[in-house]
Design a binder for this molecule. Structure first.
Ligand code: NCD
Length: 375
């Protein structure tokens, strides 16, 4: 059976995920998790095939090597990608953080080198927005220069600066599905670091592509005349996807508490104010900006106790969520994080299967033309 197309074999944007792909990922992640429970931590017990409602699918990577290219801090994403690859019988190797980029090697030259190491896949987190797109293009053109050789390396975006974090969005929506029993008809309030959050960017792109009848409320801290709202591009994307949204100004914490208590809200999705990104703007004091956002939109245990909202967060959380919330049954963030392993297994399986399908049918001839290839 022809797999649902993810568009091209690299996974760089949540915009690549269509509704049928998302439904397939949900089924497969559930199958992966069930198998993981039977495996009980022992990779030698991993089955070579699993079943979902479409029948059997191969799920063994047969020793294929994946490069972990981690150029920004990560606890969950790289931990779960490493576990996902190894659980499926793949091998991971990591690039040292102090590689030759610090000597001034260009990223283009870097990717040429990485392609030359012939990984089956590259899990990449970079501070530069769109760098995984450029890496994908570089790998494509590299494959095209090696006569008679197979394609090298599928690029997976594990976070590119302030742009996107597509695999996080997929596991967020998977968790929403598991909690609500649906991916449609819900109201989500987003807040926290609306200006720089790549996880919010990707989740909104994904919801726009995949979900129906979702309403977004955006709680924007407004302190001393400064508004910490989302960039215009995010609002444009919402409008383009036909998602209805409302902007709500939050001048103080009492307003936030009132807004969160509105009975129609199913989910609150908040994020860490990312001080490291504010440093890019010399006209603003990052510490004050973080303090302003936290003071207005801090989430407390009382707020969870008072309402029925589910609290989502990509983690790590700092003071924007009280530690007292951590074990509350409505706090979803550790569940989101542990869904990272089966969801990333399902994604890797789909991407590798896709690659084989495209190659086997000669549907992808490098170098291929992508609108963003000139980036
Ligand atoms: C986030 C990230 O790196 O984008 N974390 C994650 O990957 N789950 C959020 C953050 O760093 O604040």
């Amino acid at each position: 059976m022809v797999p649902e197309q993810i568009g091209f074999p690299h996974f760089v944007s949540a915009a690549q995920v269509t509704r049928p792909i998302m439904l397939r990922i949900i089924q497969r992640a559930q199958a992966m998790r069930q198998a993981l429970q039977q495996m009980n931590g022992c990779t030698q017990r991993w089955p070579t095939h699993l079943q979902d409602t479409d029948g059997e699918f191969p799920c063994h990577l047969e020793g294929r090597r994946f490069l972990l290219e981690q150029r920004e801090a990560s606890t969950r994403t790289f931990g779960s990608f490493g576990a996902a690859v190894q659980n499926m019988g793949g091998v991971v190797f990591a690039n040292p953080l102090d590689n030759s980029l610090i000597k001034g090697e260009t990223l283009l030259s870097h990717w040429e080198m990485m392609a030359g190491n012939h990984p089956a896949g590259v899990i990449v987190r970079t501070p530069e927005p769109f760098e995984p797109f450029r890496a994908a293009w570089r790998f494509e053109s590299y494959s095209g220069t090696v006569p008679g050789k197979q394609r090298y390396g599928v690029i997976v975006n594990a976070g590119d600066g302030t742009n996107e974090h597509p695999t996080q969005a997929v596991l967020d929506l998977f968790t929403i599905y598991e909690q609500l029993g649906r991916i449609d008809d819900f109201v989500m309030l987003i807040t926290g670091d609306l200006g720089w959050s790549r996880t919010i960017n990707s989740l909104l792109l994904l919801i726009g592509n995949v979900c129906e009848r979702v309403r977004i409320k955006i709680a924007v801290p407004v302190v001393g005349g400064t508004s910490y709202g989302p960039p215009a591009t995010v609002l444009q994307r919402l409008a383009a996807a036909g998602i209805s949204y409302t902007l709500i100004e939050i001048p103080d914490h009492a307003t936030f508490e009132r807004v969160v208590r509105e009975p129609e809200i199913d989910i609150v999705y908040t994020t860490r104010p990312q001080e490291e990104r504010y440093k890019a703007d010399p006209t603003r004091d990052p510490k004050k900006m973080v303090a302003d956002i936290v003071a207005c939109t801090r989430f407390t245990l009382e707020m969870l106790n008072q309402g029925r909202v589910l609290l989502f967060h990509p983690l790590p959380h700092t003071d924007e969520v009280d530690n007292g919330c951590d074990r509350h049954p409505q706090a979803m963030y550790f569940r989101q994080a542990s869904n990272g392993v089966p969801v990333r297994m399902a994604l890797i399986q789909l991407i590798m299967l896709e690659l084989e399908f495209l190659l086997a049918h000669g549907l992808l001839v490098p170098p291929f033309d992508l609108g963003w290839a000139a980036l």
